[in-house]
Design a protein around this ligand. Structure first.
Ligand SMILES: Nc1ncnc2c1ncn2[C@@H]1O[C@H](COP(=O)(O)OP(=O)(O)OP(=O)(O)O)[C@@H](O)[C@H]1O
Ligand SMILES: O=P(O)(O)OC[C@H]1O[C@H](OP(=O)(O)OP(=O)(O)O)[C@H](O)[C@@H]1O
Length: 229
C-alpha cells in the first residue's frame, strides 16, 4: 500500500516544496527523464511523490484522488465551498505568500473601503446602465467576500484567465480581485487595494485529503513529520 503526495511541477512553488520535504526528511529527485512527472523518493517507504500544477493539486485533493498535496491555500479555498470538510491543513509552509485582494482604479479617489464600494455598486446601474463588473479567476472567494461578508449584491463577475489587472484599462471590467505579493503589477496597472480589501492571506500549505488514504498509518506518519519539522 502507498500514500500519494503531490507537489507543484513548475513555477514559483516547486523548489520551496522540495526543500520543505527535505526538512521533513524526504528527498525527492526528478526521474531520469526530466520531462517526466514522476519522481524517486528516499526517506519515506511507501510514499509516492507526484508532480502536478498547483491548481490541479487543489482539485485532486478536493476529489480525494491524492492523499497529500502542497499548494496555495487560495487555490483550495477557491476549488471547494467548504474546504474544511474535504482537507485538513497539516502545516503552513511559509513560502508562496500572496494576498487575494479587491483593487479599484487609482482615479476612484472616493472609494477607500468595501462600504464605499457598496455605495458605488448600488448606484452603478443607474449611472452607467449596467452592473459593476469584477474581473477575477477567484469567483468563489469573490462571491463569499462581496455577497456574504459585505452584503454587496449588485455586481457581475467577468471571468479572467490571465492578465486580470489589465481588464479595467481594457474596458472589460471596472475593478479586479486578484493575487498580489509585491504589489508591482497592481501599481503598474494603476490599481489600488481597498483599506479592508484583503480577502485572504495565502501561503503554501501541506494539505491532507479527508477522503481517507489507503494506508492510514503511513499517512499519519507523513503528517507527523511535517508537524515536527
Ligand atoms: N506573486 C504571485 N502571483 C501569483 N501567485 C502567487 C504569487 N505568489 C504566490 N503565489 C501562489 O502561487 C500559486 C499559483 O502558482 P502557479 O501560478 O504556479 O499555479 P497554477 O495556477 O497551477 O499554474 P498554471 O497557471 O500553469 O495553471 C497560488 O497558490 C498563489 O497564491
Ligand atoms: O504583486 P506582484 O508581485 O506583482 O505579483 C502579482 C502578479 O503575479 C502573478 O502573475 P504572473 O506574472 O506570475 O503570472 P500568472 O498570472 O500566470 O501566475 C499574479 O497573477 C499577479 O498578476
Amino acid at each position: 500500500m502507498s500514500v500519494t503526495l503531490a507537489i507543484p511541477s513548475k513555477g514559483r512553488m516547486k523548489e520551496d516544496a522540495v526543500a520543505s520535504l527535505a526538512r521533513a526528511g524526504i528527498t525527492v529527485s526528478a526521474a531520469a527523464d526530466n520531462r517526466s512527472y514522476r519522481t524517486s523518493v528516499a526517506g519515506a517507504e511507501g510514499l509516492d511523490v507526484l508532480l502536478l500544477s498547483a491548481s490541479e493539486i487543489a482539485r485532486e485533493l478536493r476529489d480525494g484522488a491524492i492523499d497529500f498535496g502542497i499548494t496555495g491555500e487560495d487555490l483550495i479555498r477557491e476549488s471547494a465551498a467548504e474546504p474544511g470538510d474535504i482537507v485538513e491543513i497539516v502545516a503552513r509552509l511559509g513560502f508562496g505568500r500572496a494576498d487575494v485582494v479587491v483593487a479599484v482604479p487609482d482615479p476612484w479617489v472616493d472609494v477607500e473601503t468595501m462600504e464605499d464600494l457598496n455605495d458605488v455598486a448600488a448606484e452603478f446601474r443607474q449611472r452607467h446602465g449596467r452592473r459593476l463588473r469584477i474581473a477575477t479567476k477567484y469567483w468563489r472567494l469573490t462571491q463569499g467576500f462581496f455577497a456574504r461578508r459585505h452584503g454587496i449584491q449588485s455586481y457581475r463577475i467577468v471571468e479572467s484567465l490571465g492578465a486580470t489587472e489589465g481588464a479595467p484599462a481594457a474596458g472589460s471590467a471596472d475593478i479586479v480581485v486578484d493575487i498580489t505579493s509585491t504589489g508591482d503589477t497592481l501599481r503598474a496597472n494603476h490599481l489600488r487595494v481597498l483599506d479592508d480589501g484583503i480577502i485572504l492571506r495565502s501561503e503554501a500549505c501541506l494539505m491532507r485529503s479527508l477522503a481517507g488514504p489507503a494506508d492510514a498509518g503511513l499517512a499519519e506518519a507523513v503528517a507527523a513529520r511535517f508537524r515536527a519539522s
